[in-house]
Ligand binder design. Structure first.
Ligand code: SF4
Length: 331
């Protein structure tokens, strides 16, 4: 489904004179790791170490790699410009081979112009084709610039919707290219506007009403389960792109102000088992915002996002529920 061209990455490895290179492959492409590793070794003349740990984004680089390798090649994600790493990171885009023209035509009756066009990192290469398609049908299109965590106009991350928010006053709906519904729901909650998804894995464009109701019900239930909690564990991610110590401290102050207590917890790889034995009544994640939502069923104790903690403590209304975001001023 994706074309991966390692030629430019190999040239960059050569230019850097890197001798040992770590290769991070996203989960959906992991089965092709051998193919990528041998191609990179042949073209770049460097030794390649395939990283078996999952890699969910440009933020997701294990700290241990920086002592072991000269450079890191990451497939399928785009850079987060505001992040600085101790070793060079080389990004290889994944180009989807699935044509979207049919879905695009079907989506026209579902959107209201002006329409904001967005794509997840894995589908940025289809953005221009969709914009041209809409414009050729006479529709008014807007593409928003994000903050400095965003490398490409129109790009959304699961932790950052600033490219959508920057044009929210100018558009009546959004068209988002991406698989799944997480990003679309995040955009909808951040802007209040309708979002239609062009998912290359599907044949029809889709709206997110059903999944929205399901996820909001789940999140409401998690907040209710945490209501009796007296002591919260506030988790800070160790990964360079997910370290929000300042945000975690603010949340701890808020908890104490509300006459409960909290401690800060440091965690690299987020695993339910690690939290199980720590003995807190409930947890709050300031690391990747997707963890609390996507892995809801895996955590024995309630795991809240920062905004959900604010709702629980009465400083935010449920009507103002949004997904958590990591913006440029937080990291
Ligand atoms: S924090 Fe999560 S959503 Fe944001 S880039 Fe990293 S993996 Fe993706």
């Amino acid at each position: 489904m994706f074309d991966i061209d390692l030629t430019s990455a190999a040239m960059e490895v050569k230019r850097l004179k890197a001798r040992i290179v770590a290769l991070q492959v996203p989960e959906g492409l992991k089965k092709r790791s051998y193919q990528f590793a041998s191609e990179l070794e042949n073209k770049a003349g460097a030794e390649v170490l395939v990283v078996a740990e999952p890699c969910f984004g440009a933020c997701d680089v294990p700290s241990s790699l920086f002592d072991m390798v000269d450079a890191i090649v990451q497939i399928g994600h785009s850079p987060i410009p505001s992040l600085k790493f101790p070793k060079p990171l080389i990004f290889v885009p994944a180009r989807s081979k699935v044509p979207l023209a049919d879905q695009l035509k079907k989506s026209v009756g579902m959107i209201q112009e002006p329409v904001g066009v967005l794509a997840t990192s894995q589908h940025l290469t289809e953005l221009d084709e969709v914009i041209e398609g809409l414009e050729s049908m006479g529709l008014k299109v807007r593409v928003g610039e994000g903050d400095s965590r965003i490398s490409h106009a129109g790009e959304v991350l699961g932790c950052n919707y600033t490219a959508a928010m920057s044009v929210s006053k100018e558009v009546n709906s959004y068209l988002l290219i991406g698989s799944g519904t997480f990003h679309a729901l995040g955009v909808h909650l951040a802007t209040g506007k309708k979002v239609v998804v062009l998912d290359p894995n599907l044949e029809e464009p889709r709206e997110i009403d059903q999944i929205k109701d399901k996820i909001l019900r789940q999140r409401h239930a998690v907040i209710e389960r945490a209501e009796k909690a007296r002591v919260f564990g506030i988790v800070v991610g160790e990964k360079v792109g997910q370290r929000r110590l300042r945000r975690a401290r603010e949340l701890r102050r808020l908890v104490r102000w509300k006459k409960k207590d909290a401690a800060l917890i440091l965690m690299d790889k987020f695993e339910p088992e690690k939290l199980k034995y720590l003995g807190f009544d409930a947890y709050v994640s300031t690391a990747c915002p997707r963890i609390a939502i996507d892995d809801v069923a895996l955590f024995e104790k309630p795991l809240l996002t920062p905004q959900e903690l604010e709702i629980l403590l009465g400083v935010r209304k449920w009507e103002n529920y949004t997904f958590d975001q990591m913006t440029e001023d937080e990291l």
